[in-house]
Design a protein around this ligand. Sequence first.
Ligand code: G6P
Length: 608
Amino acid sequence: MCGIVGYIGGDQAAPILLSGLEKLEYRGYDSAGMAVYTGDSLQIAKSKGRLQVLHDLVDGGKKLPGSVGIGHTRWATHGKPSDINSHPQVSKSGKFAVVHNGIIENYQEIKQKLIQKDVNFVSETDTEVVAQLLEYYYKGDILDAFIKVISRLQGSYALGILCVDDPEKLYAVRKDSPLVVGLGEHENYVASDIPSILNFTRDFYRLKDNEVVELTRQGVKIFNMEKEPIEKELVHVDWDLSVAEKGGYEHFMFKEIMEQPKALRDTISPRIKDGRIVLDDVTLTAEQLKQFNRISIVACGSAYHVGVVAKYVIEKLTRIPVEVDVASEFRYRQPILDSNSLVIVISQSGETADTLAALRESKRLGARVLSIVNVVGSSIANDSDDVLYTWAGPEIAVATTKAYSTQLAVVYLLAIYMADLLGKLSAEEYDEYVRELQALPDKVEQALQNKEDIQYFASKHFSAKDIFFIGRNLDYAISMEGSLKLKEISYIHSEAYAAGELKHGTISLMEEGTLVVAIATHQQLLEKMMSNVIEVRSRGALVLGLTTEDNGQIEKDVDFLFTVPSACEIMRPSLAVIPLQLFSYYMASMKGCDIDKPRNLAKSVTVE
Ligand code: G6P
């Protein structure tokens, strides 16, 4: 996720910006840059790569002597990581410099209008439209132009801007993307989060959406969109720095679990326009889609589990046969593919060696490859014919949560989109799916509210040696993810089993007190599932049921029950996975495990 630091004061700005950006490194980034007033001009230094590259470029700050500046670490969204796409982005004449976090959803529309007015764009970023639009609207009053620009923007943004015409001021604003204002003695700051400038100040203003800030050395003025001044309460913080970096949470994994509603909103909302799913990044036509006689999904780990969900969902909606493989198997099993095959590759990092090799093998055999990836410009994204990005932001914890959830969301978007192209959905069905997609982030937010119940349950069972996860259909797919999450971070052995298959194997392991998590959200299969619950309970198992609110009647048939908000059948996995993530987290936490960095595991596996 990008990071912003801005400074105006009596000291040299560049070293302060570098120090703040260093503290924001944990958020993940692929390039960095800064703009500083030196004399009467704005000097820009920016580069793809680590912060050290920027550090060397400005010689630790020495090459940029001014005392007003803005700095940025970029996590690529629109446009690959490159020097040109790095921030600050500047306007045509170099008058405005802008740093930005978030996504400007209507940037294409603004860009087209500006191109018609002879504005040339040099980068692929959505951010550049802000810089160019500022210059376009600017008639001598920076604040007026800034407010006008903000009122044109849709999406999420935290912005820091400088204008050559007034080197004594720095402006900023936020909407759905964090930004704080830090106050010092004859110096003031803006930053993406409090920890990044905690070394310099402990007094802050927390900004609300569309509150515009004007910083000078002497003070800070805050305005609403009508340019009326706003009074804000000063917040003094005395937190410990390491806790603060995790947003006040003890672990990145927990922070990322809690970020899921936002990550889902960022992934879904830019792709629904006027009630229609718009996948700008996919160039597949209905004719091409009709040519495909099969779809193969390839991935590793949790991404593979998304693939298992995708198989059920895509087959149900499009009636195209789908197979799903773990990449390390796929690449060596001589897959049968040709130009009538679509291969969907799923990967958070976009760099997993087995997945990349499977992609290359698919292309060699003539298949078309569409990838679902979180990291812009990654190898998998680069080598694919079509890319659908998940907008989860960087994930730090090894065990994936928000990337997994956004991958599921992209699968729903894609399945509905393809089914519509193939004419498989009535207008009513289509509208209903779109409504369900739009409601999903709020429902996930609700599902997160019951975390204390799960924490309590975990506190009673964290010494379990084996735990079984059972389910049918999509609930089986979710069982796999629940089981993997638990194994990864709590080191408790567990198995995921298709509930109907129990009697052919795992039921022999049931004994007095064995803990079984039964996922039962699938309406049509509820009775069958409850028969399996009876089977294991009659052999002594203790059953934790997990279902949707509308199936609460199963409470009497299980030992404990967790419910999540209801949703249409294909989207229930997104809700069922929430208590499972929390369950793993709390089990690992009770056991005192190293949650963010589980033993022997790596976030990105770039070797075979
Ligand atoms: C590693 C991680 C898993 C992840 C898998 C696939 O094994 O520990 O959490 O699911 O790689 O990673 P990818 O980046 O391709 O999604």
